[in-house]
Design a protein around this ligand. Structure first.
Ligand code: ZN
Length: 136
């Protein structure tokens, strides 16, 4: 069941929300609600002691896991290491991955999935400062 709701949108943006991260378990995928064309983003929560129920691998997309709260163990093929709030784990294509929450509090994380090798210009090579009245 998806918790993702579109809050508002215009012809140049979509604002969607999964709501409070502690209100669901498992994964919430954002792309269908946001209309993203460059990546898939998912929010994940794992209760204490739980791991993702399966290993998986991707053929073309790398994944970047960003741990928002809690702590746990991450496995890539035969390598296992600790992760905690603030960790960012990039996982390449064609390998198996899984993670487990080992903290007493749930582990919450974001996973960004994008085509491996597709990032061209970014930050200041892609962005430019523009003139706009600040309405905030
Ligand atoms: Zn994946």
């Amino acid at each position: 069941m998806s918790n993702i709701k579109v809050i508002n949108s215009g012809n140049k943006f979509t604002h969607a929300s999964v709501g409070k991260l502690h209100t669901f378990e498992g994964k919430q995928f954002v792309k269908d609600a946001s209309g993203a064309t460059s990546c898939e983003i998912s929010f994940g929560t794992l209760p204490s002691g739980a791991s993702v129920p399966f290993f998986h691998s991707h053929k073309e997309n790398e994944e970047n896991y960003i741990i928002l709260s809690g702590a746990g163990r991450f496995q890539v093929n035969e390598t296992v290491f600790d992760v905690a709030e603030g960790s960012v784990v990039r996982v390449a294509t064609n390998c198996d991955r899984n993670l487990k929450c080992t903290s007493s509090e749930p582990m919450t994380y974001i996973c960004i999935q994008a085509k491996e090798g597709s990032l061209g210009g970014y930050t200041m090579t892609d962005a430019e400062i523009t003139e706009r009245e600040n309405l905030l």
